[in-house]
Design a protein around this ligand. Structure first.
Ligand code: GDP
Length: 465
């Protein structure tokens, strides 16, 4: 008898376990943005908030506000082929004396969190048992998303699009010498000559990024090759369209460049979209408007074009390229203007308006496309404190923090325009939003931030009801 009882008990607990597993949830969140946008800082801060779970830090996140969040832990990573996101390494940098910013994203990486909470709805709510939401955070360079249009372009078409951009007056100083060498390359160029020019093309893109603030650059892996550094699949570059047209069909140069372009498209870009992008449920796109403002008008224009190109990846209209090829399932996208702690709080509204004006119509995604878009201004890790000082009888809002060379400073960082200023403005004055060192932090409390709780509510709040 007792053996039967024991078996029934075991069966019941197995059934309960299966039911429990059915209640557990799973969500894959992509985090992207052009390099320097703040992806590493954002993921580090998000994981830190979820692990330390301090309710006063996350009031707008409902599951926390309602006292239903029980805590989080880092769980074994599901995809063993991906580099793990180095959370503990990032925490070591931030806790160090003096603290430093963790190394930026160079390739795709992943971290899985198991978040325990008490549901308030459905069967799970009725059972009154804790449920686990598995949150996989996938960090990848925004530069890789910008390769999407390559999937429907032949090499010739790509050259017709890219070559005129390299001739832009603002970029000419950087590009002229390389363009001359590409133009002069002979039809039977050797493998070594092609590889050398490809290496120089990658350097050229980096120069355009650093000196001209360019961000709409292709191919994305020339800038951030990840595990493909040095592989022949990256050893190609654009030729002037007229030169390409006059090359004999069988010329080594033409055949090599065309076949590598195709290999890149089919073996690098397509698998990235198919294996990773198409499996995301939610997406954050981080946008650093302040660095673009610092650099000038052309850079802000570039940022606007880049944002529109990025948001194309999330437009799943009937017949769109990405829908046809990959059946993506992202249903919420958050565009977040980062590093808001560089500003006084009264400027945050303007920063949001500026990002809206840069995104233009791409912000208004028709609802029937199935993707909800939201915008937000946030700071992943506050490196400054807000304050006020009296100046000539007036109260002025300021921020205080530690500059990158270690000096404590109190600054009035200036105003952010709510829309893109005209040419006269840029000629008369510019912007100077200076970077700060991370805050002094001993790890006892969660990292200071602004509006990560709003981000959490939008990104996973509905899955924790
Ligand atoms: P990634 O290339 O997108 O991974 O960018 P990172 O996360 O490495 O950020 C680049 C740099 O931006 C950092 O080294 C910091 O200097 C700065 N930064 C990023 N996020 C924040 C933030 O929330 N506040 C402040 N003050 N600086 C930030």
């Amino acid at each position: 008898m007792s053996a039967i009882k024991h078996r029934v008990k075991r069966l019941t607990s197995q059934l309960e376990e299966i039911a429990q597993r059915g209640l557990d949830r799973h969500i894959r969140l992509g985090v992207t943005g052009i390099s320097g946008a703040g992806k590493t800082a954002f993921i580090t801060a998000l994981v830190n908030q979820l692990l330390q779970a301090e309710s006063h830090q996350l009031p707008a996140w409902q599951v926390m506000h309602q006292g239903r969040y029980l805590g989080g832990r880092i769980a074994p990573q599901p995809d063993l082929t991906l580099k793990p996101f180095d959370y503990s390494g990032a925490i070591v940098c931030l806790k160090a004396q003096p603290p430093s910013w963790p190394p930026s994203t160079r390739t795709i990486s992943e971290i899985r969190l198991a978040l325990r909470y008490l549901p308030d709805k459905g069967l799970a709510g009725q059972l009154g048992r804790p449920v686990t939401l598995y949150l996989d955070i996938i960090d990848y360079p925004g530069e890789w998303l910008l390769d999407l249009p390559l999937l429907q372009q032949a090499y010739q078409q790509w050259c017709e699009q890219i070559w005129p951009q390299l001739q832009l007056p603002a970029w000419r100083e950087v590009t002229e010498a390389w363009c001359g060498r590409a133009q002069a390359l002979c039809a039977d160029a050797t493998e070594a000559e092609i590889a050398e020019l490809a290496g120089e093309y990658a350097d050229l893109l980096l120069q355009l990024k650093q000196r001209c603030g360019a961000s709409l650059l292709q191919p994305g892996r020339a800038l951030l090759p990840g595990e493909l550094a040095g592989a022949p699949v990256l050893a190609w570059f654009p030729l002037p369209p007229h030169r390409l047209a006059e090359l004999p069909e069988e010329s080594v140069l033409k055949l090599t460049l065309e076949s590598r372009y195709q290999a890149y498209r089919d073996q690098v870009v397509a698998p990235f979209f198919r294996d990773y992008f198409a499996k995301l449920d939610r997406q954050v796109v981080l946008v650093d408007c302040l660095s673009a403002l610092n650099q000038g008008r052309d850079q802000v224009d570039q940022l606007a074009q880049t944002l529109q190109a990025l948001s194309h990846s999330f437009r799943y209209g009937p017949g769109s390229l990405v829908t046809r090829l990959f059946r993506p399932r992202i249903d919420r996208v958050l565009f977040a203007a980062t590093k808001a702690d560089h500003l006084t709080v009264d400027q945050h509204h303007n920063l949001l308006q500026l990002m809206h004006s840069l995104m233009r119509s791409s912000r208004r995604q028709p609802r029937y496309f199935g993707t909800q878009m939201e915008t937000l201004v946030l700071s992943a890790i506050n490196a400054t404190r807000q304050g006020q000082v009296e100046r000539q009888g007036r109260t002025v809002s300021v921020i205080s923090g530690t500059s990158l060379d270690g000096d404590k400073s109190v600054r009035f960082p200036g105003e952010v325009p709510a829309s893109l200023p005209g040419n006269e403005f840029w000629q008369a004055q510019g912007f100077n939003f200076q970077p700060f060192s991370p805050p002094d932090w001993d790890g006892r409390d969660a990292l200071p931030h602004m509006r990560l709780d709003y981000a959490l509510q939008f990104l996973i709040g509905d899955k924790m009801r």
